[in-house]
Design a protein around this ligand. Structure first.
Ligand SMILES: [Zn+2]
Length: 217
């Protein structure tokens, strides 16, 4: 984009730091303060069922705020910048793995209409461009359950995700090496359930990545 176009764009849609929301110069991925807080190390976990998961950030401070801005405050454009950090972690952790397809944890269509976007799909699509692997919708959410973060106990979270997801087309999954993306890893029940559905009778290899994780092994 040339300088004049950038100037016009930034006066209408100022670039913002995805971690704190402050206005930043066009082309930067974070403000000078937040960029110094981006960690070198990342989180590693296993979701339910033993599937690996890597996440660039621990879910606290500016990273918890980044999720709030991106997911609840409507800053869907932050996906592009956040995906850079996520793709960097994926490239490190899964350096030896050749993915066939990137997908996301789906949102129920009714909820997606209300929010206007599925934050996990935006992240997954941006990551797919950055790591040069095609994006495909592989799962759908057939039941509009209550949100996981509204469940009080681990047992409730475990029950809440059961029989909620469905594979769209097993032929697109069979024998594939799949990277599934979500925004936050909490107990790992949601991703675990998605991995289970993806791997049922498909011989697919599934790996997970999320922007933030509440735990670190
Ligand atoms: Zn910032």
């Amino acid at each position: 984009m040339n300088k004049i176009l950038r100037l016009i764009r930034s006066s209408f849609f100022p670039e913002r730091c995805p971690y704190c929301g402050k206005t930043i110069e066009y082309g930067k991925t974070a403000c000078d303060i937040c960029i110094r807080k981006l960690p070198e190390a990342y989180c590693k976990n296993f979701v339910k069922g033993g599937y690996p998961c890597c996440s660039p950030f621990f879910y606290k401070g500016i990273f918890k705020n980044a999720i709030k801005l991106f997911k609840f405050d409507g800053f869907e454009q932050n996906s592009e910048k956040l995906a850079i950090a996520l793709a960097r972690t994926i490239n490190k952790e899964y350096a030896d793995i050749k993915f066939d397809v990137v997908t996301c944890v789906p949102m129920h269509p009714k909820k997606e209409r209300i929010r206007g976007y599925n934050q996990s799909k935006l992240l997954a699509k941006d990551v797919s461009k950055l790591i040069s692997v095609k994006y495909e919708d592989l799962l759908l959410k057939k039941k509009n359950n209550i949100e996981q973060h509204k469940c009080l106990t681990a047992a409730e979270r475990r029950e809440n995700v059961k029989n909620v997801y469905k594979a769209i087309d097993n032929d697109k999954i069979k024998g594939k090496t799949i990277l599934i993306i979500d925004d936050v890893l909490t107990t790992g029940y949601t991703l675990g359930e998605c991995c289970k559905v993806l791997s049922e009778n498909t011989n697919a290899k599934i790996y997970c990545a999320t922007l933030c994780a509440k735990n670190n092994l």
